[in-house]
Design a protein. Structure first.
Length: 231
């Protein structure tokens, strides 16, 4: 069943209109909804997991949530490509350079999910011609959702989110991620720890959501990959 009658053909091939952004945002929220439903169903269970080729754990909840999101995208936008954390590339039509690419991570922070902690979330992004135009972080258990759209204010559960006022580094609340990634990361994190007011560790995608809402001022992720090649 189609969830939307959104038309993916652009009125202006060089940019997206407000109506088109609204359309994609609507679909993005539906993706977050269906992922939330799947994750909630598995959250109360003792979850078995596999090691993802040495890159960390993956659960049946990861796979089912991603499959549900991919299905909605392809039902609505047959020419769009999808890059999923668990299933890789999916697209109905074969083409060399897709204009629209959805990037999905159903459970960022699978270890926290397995341990029944809240420091995990669903990540959804839409790229148009290689540039992000939509981003969503959804915490399915606490039912908290951050939505960022190109040219618009970020919202948290429909209300505008704002950064915290922090004029000096010594006043900052900082999240440090992957401190032990390598020796340089450990040195950098230890050096920063003495210069800020409060230090928190890990947090996965939720640390960025807290940054957007002004609960913290700085996120340092030593293991973040700066660029993912989509072609």
């Amino acid at each position: 069943m189609r969830t939307s009658n959104c038309n993916h053909q652009l009125d202006n091939p060089m940019d997206l209109t407000a109506k088109e952004l609204d359309c994609f945002t609507e679909i993005g929220k539906k993706l977050a909804d269906v992922s939330r439903e799947v994750i909630e169903r598995f959250y109360s269970q003792k979850i078995k997991f596999d090691d993802k080729n040495g890159d960390g754990p993956v659960t049946i909840a990861d796979i089912k949530a991603e499959e549900a999101m991919v299905s909605i995208i392809l039902e609505n936008f047959s020419s769009h490509a999808v890059f999923g954390e668990e299933t890789g590339w999916t697209c109905k039509e074969k083409f060399s350079v897709p204009d629209f690419v959805w990037v999905l991570d159903p459970i960022d922070g699978t270890q926290s999910f397995i341990a029944h902690r809240y420091e995990f979330g669903t990540l959804i992004a839409l790229l148009y011609k290689g540039k992000p135009v939509l981003g969503i972080i959804d915490q399915p258990i606490r039912k908290e959702r951050w939505v960022g759209v190109k040219g618009r204010r970020t919202t948290m559960n429909g209300e505008e989110a704002s950064l915290r006022t922090c004029e000096e580094l010594k006043q900052a609340y900082a999240y440090l991620k992957a401190r032990h990634y390598n020796d340089d990361a450990e040195f950098a994190c230890d050096s920063l720890a003495y210069k800020v007011d409060e230090i928190f560790y890990d947090g996965n995608c939720i640390s960025y959501a807290l940054l957007a809402s002004g609960f913290i001022d700085l996120v340092v992720d030593c293991a973040s990959i700066p660029l993912i090649c989509l072609h």
